[in-house]
Write a protein that binds this ligand. Structure first.
Ligand code: SF4
Length: 77
């Protein structure tokens, strides 16, 4: 991991400490799987028929937000 990647990861972890979070709206999610394809951390998985985020893995990069064709993912504070 490069120095920049390490710094970037620390920056994102800091955002999480600031209580920011990426969430999936189960009402909008149609299980397209697009978020799972783009998540570099493999932090999204399906449990009991719903897409969920593993917050131990999520680095808040936000890549999954525009990837969702149903607008089901957003960042909250
Ligand atoms: S914000 Fe990034 S790491 Fe977190 S679930 Fe979305 S794509 Fe994965």
């Amino acid at each position: 991991m490069s120095l920049y990647e390490k710094w970037d990861r620390e920056e994102r972890k800091q955002k999480m400490d600031d209580k920011k979070k990426v969430v999936i709206d189960p009402e909008k999610c149609k299980l397209s799987g697009e978020c799972m394809k783009v998540c570099p951390e493999k932090a999204i998985y399906v449990k009991d028929g719903k897409a969920v985020i593993d917050y131990d893995k999520c680095t808040l990069d936000g890549i999954c937000i525009p990837a969702c064709p149903n607008g089901a993912i957003r960042e909250i504070e």
